[in-house]
Design a binder for this molecule. Structure first.
Ligand code: SAH
Length: 475
């Protein structure tokens, strides 16, 4: 076997990034596994070998010889070159199965759990599997012909394929993008060029409140001000629902999208939205879940797993703009939130006020420093007041970290604080599995785990796990 060989593969599995996996030769443990992008489980395909490693390889899909019964017609013509919707050609039912398997496999492979010990509840699927996103971030650049464009970078190239009507987003995105591009054309505003670092406009961030119908536009620019901004603002504010127009400064090379500073150009510095009756103010830099309908399900599940009666003290670590904290606060005695982004903490405090929720307090800083520091200081000075308040010994700790998960320092502190329950909300079941393994080695038992699909058509999945403290555990 060598590069460029053409092979027939039966696709029997799919990898974590959604590529089809087929084994060449007998389907046994000795077979050589090939990853084939755009092939789905159940397909028989003709593929060309592109890269060979010792026990596996990568092959390019040439032809689908026998299509999988799970195949559906992808709705977006760009789904293959774009690569953002890796599962679009797979039926939604099968997408959910893929995600459940991914969670289970990670718990077994990384977490060391046995299949029989994984108390998995059925994944929460979505009703609307397209047009569910409340947030879009379009890169601005030039297409192959040099024309201004916004859309996505075709894989391994620096030319943009113009797609302003991504089917995951809201229809308003198109109008906003047309307005921005027309203005750039007219006033000769240059798009940012990754290779040289020249040019001004890098990305356009759009957020839409599904409930409030408020619209936010933030231009991410390689500079501190926007020339000829007046006509842009004039045209943008004509769009129905426009509430906030701002710029974000990002002069760094590299692929981080947002910089740290936001200047408001027009209207409010935030939009509002609400989930399950709780109102939220959202600034350009704050994290807010992208699928509001499924977020309601997610937070409902967190509340269920927290099992609150009204008497509990709760820590909500990685709290963002206080979304989960405020949900919990309605059923708890007191909730303490910790978050690293100052704007998000400011939003969280405003959100508590707006909703007249007074039994929450927010701390700015890293969860992995705030909690251990607080714990050791409180311990050393034997602050009995805090102790009485239950801060040191909360009944529940909720964590919702970014993809890298919680650090060991934080998990160690959690284990020493001994809450009765830990509710872990995760956007990456690999790091979740690693962290659950740690906590289960420190006196906790995995009680329930459940996926919630917030990213239909894509490969990511949110997971919520409930852990309880086993009895008679020494610190
Ligand atoms: N629970 C919130 C936010 C979850 S996203 C919600 O559902 O909306 C993860 C959050 O963790 C983000 O707001 C991010 O800014 C924050 N974050 C990232 N690293 C952190 C750290 N080390 N300590 C505290 N917060 C952190």
């Amino acid at each position: 076997m060598k590069k460029n060989d053409e092979i027939v593969l039966e696709i029997t599995d799919m990898g974590v990034d959604g590529a089809g996996i087929g084994k060449l030769g007998k389907i046994d443990s000795m077979g050589m596994a090939f990853f084939v992008k755009d092939a789905v489980i159940g397909d028989t395909v003709l593929a060309k070998v592109m890269k060979l490693k010792k026990t596996y390889g990568y092959a390019k899909l040439l032809k689908i010889i026998d299509p999988s019964p799970y195949r559906v017609e992808p709705q977006c013509p760009f789904h293959r070159p774009c690569g953002g919707c890796q599962l679009q050609a797979l039926s939604y039912e099968k997408q959910l199965e893929f995600k459940e398997n991914k969670i289970r496999n990670n718990l077994m492979r990384i977490g060391g759990f046995e299949a029989k010990d994984i108390p998995m509840e059925p994944i929460v699927g979505a009703k609307n599997t397209y047009h569910y996103r409340n947030k879009a971030q379009f890169p601005v650049g030039r297409d192959k012909t040099g024309k201004l464009a916004a859309g996505f970078y075709a894989m391994r190239t620096h030319s943009l394929i113009p797609v302003e009507n991504c089917l995951l987003g809201v229809p308003q995105n198109q109008l906003v993008m047309k307005t921005v591009l027309d203005w750039m054309e007219r006033y000769k505003i240059q798009p940012y060029e990754e290779q040289t670092g020249a040019g001004l406009v890098r990305h356009v961030l759009i957020r839409y409140g599904f409930f409030s119908r408020q619209l936010m536009v933030c231009l991410i620019i390689n500079g501190h001000s926007l020339p000829n901004s007046k006509p842009l603002i004039q045209n943008l504010k004509e769009i129905e629902g426009m509430t906030s127009i701002s710029i974000n400064v990002n002069e760094q090379r590299g692929n981080v999208i947002m910089g740290d500073t936001v200047h408001n150009l027009w209207g409010s510095d935030h939009i509002e939205d609400s989930i399950g009756g709780v109102k939220f103010q959202i600034s350009p830099l704050s994290f807010y879940q992208v699928n509001p309908e499924q977020t309601k399900e997610l937070y409902g599940l967190v509340l269920e797993y927290a099992g609150l009666t009204g008497k509990e003290t709760v820590w909500d670590l990685y709290c963002g703009i206080g979304t989960i904290s405020l949900f919990l606060a309605q059923k708890a005695k007191k909730v303490y939130g910790v978050e690293i982004i100052p704007q998000a903490v400011a939003d969280a405090k405003r959100n508590a006020e707006q909703n007249h929720i007074s039994n929450v307090e927010f701390f700015l800083g890293k969860a992995e420093t705030v909690l251990p520091q607080f714990y050791s200081q409180a311990f050393e000075s034997e602050k009995s007041i805090e102790n009485e308040q239950g801060m040191l010994h909360p009944q529940i700790i909720v964590v919702d970290p970014p993809r890298k998960g919680c650090g060991e320092e934080l998990l160690d502190t959690i284990a020493r604080m001994q809450p009765q329950r830990v509710v872990y909300v995760s956007c990456d079941s690999a790091t979740l599995a690693r962290d659950l393994k740690y906590l289960c080695g420190r006196g906790y038992r995995l009680e329930k785990v459940r996926g919630v699909d917030l990213f239909c058509q894509g490969v990511h999945v949110e997971t919520v796990a409930q852990l309880s403290l086993k009895k008679n555990v020494c610190k």
